[in-house]
Write a protein that binds this ligand. Structure first.
Ligand code: PLP
Length: 362
């Protein structure tokens, strides 16, 4: 590994070639099956990455918050979906501005309880908003729980002055807990359920499921029923995608956290300068926050704010001052905790990209 000695650590490294390969690979897969790709930008939060996704053929972008949408305007998305339950009329001016800037701007309507609040936001914005109706398919978060609720919500929308039903979506985050061998069967069930709701309400409308675990399988099994997928983490990858769910090889993961060994306080333990303020507190089911990418048995097993506790059979061979690159358990919070990433190509540093939507939680 090139330890980039001139770089201060902890540093977030993005391998440009792997990033571009992952973007191209997902796009090819979706296009081959006639499914649009509408990546969720909450993982990368960077205009430069959004530009690359759109240039590769993405039909639009997805985000959670208005602040993320605003931060991505320099990438000039033609279509943008805010997949979150907007409920504050105080956001109306920003919603109105986004409808002016983005040709196809959509927001989520997530239940019968949510619809009146969204109606107030749209009324305050003085706009008729295109809405995607959320269907829960197992995560138990937003979305109607059954077909009857979907039909009642669709009927509310049909009477609405400010909201226009334009499609259906689901976020199947529960797929991260589905063993790889069962993913295909679960995808087939998921498509049937979401398409079933759509077909019962309006066969002409699109359905947009698809996270990083399920997106490729959904495209492959779509048979013309699915119009778009919205994966977020696929172009970077992490331990969840490479090890836990097995949807990408470790060799394709495009982001590493470069850290320095700062102490070896006792045999079998090394401390690094990256803790929860770099990795977040997220960890895999076996309580691992990160693993060394060079194949040595070195795992971050505990984090304090500015310390990572590294254990494993290779720990005692580490030197204080040595740099080690780690693959984090979950990439999304890692990016949200950094102002910028260092972009590499081979052994060279080729750019620094700002994380423009970092911390845009409003
Ligand atoms: C609504 C929605 N769509 C898409 C995604 C993308 O999921 P992933 O990062 O697993 O691809 C998320 C992730 O949280 C989400 O909440």
């Amino acid at each position: 590994m090139n330890a980039f000695p001139a770089l201060a650590t902890p540093a977030i490294l993005v391998d440009r070639d792997r990033l571009d390969a992952n973007i191209a690979d997902m796009q090819r897969h979706c296009s081959a099956h006639g499914v649009e790709l509408r990546p969720h930008l909450k993982t990368h939060k960077m205009v430069e990455v959004a530009r690359r996704q759109l240039a590769a053929g993405a039909a639009g972008l997805t985000c959670a918050k208005l602040g993320e949408a605003e931060a991505m305007l320099p990438a000039s998305p033609r279509s943008l979906f805010v997949a979150h339950s907007l409920a504050d009329p105080g956001q109306a001016a920003r919603v109105a501005a986004l409808t002016e800037r983005v040709a196809d701007f959509r927001v989520a309507v997530t239940s019968e309880a949510h619809a009146p609040a969204l109606e107030r936001v749209a009324a305050a914005a003085g706009r008729r908003l295109a809405v995607m109706l959320a269907v829960d398919t197992g995560l138990g978060r937003e979305g109607v729980r059954d077909l009857a609720a979907a039909q009642r919500l669709a009927a509310m929308l049909a009477r609405s002055r400010h909201l226009e039903l334009r499609g259906f979506y689901t976020h199947e985050g529960n797929f991260y807990g589905i063993p790889p061998a069962q993913q295909r069967a679960k995808v087939i069930e998921l498509i049937a359920r979401l398409a079933g709701v759509r077909d019962a309400i309006d066969r002409t409308l699109p359905i947009w499921p698809g996270c990083s675990v399920s997106a490729k399988l959904i495209a492959e099994n779509s048979a013309g029923r699915v119009q778009a997928v919205r994966p977020g983490a696929y172009m970077f990858g992490d331990l969840f995608l490479s090890e836990v769910t097995g949807v990408m090889p470790a060799s394709a993961v495009a982001v590493q956290v470069l850290a320095t060994v700062v102490d070896k306080p006792e045999p079998g333990l090394a401390l690094i300068d990256a803790g929860s303020k770099t990795f977040s507190s997220d960890r895999t089911g076996d309580n691992i926050h990160a693993k060394a990418v060079d194949g040595r048995d070195l795992a971050v097993v505990r984090v304090n704010e500015e310390h990572g506790y590294v254990r494993g059979t290779a720990v005692d061979s580490l030197r204080v001052g040595e740099r080690v690159a780690f693959m984090p358990a979950h990439i999304c919070p890692v990016i949200n905790l950094t102002d910028e990433v260092t972009v590499t190509a081979g052994d060279q540093i080729v750019a620094t990209w700002r994380v423009e939507a970092r911390g845009k939680t409003r």
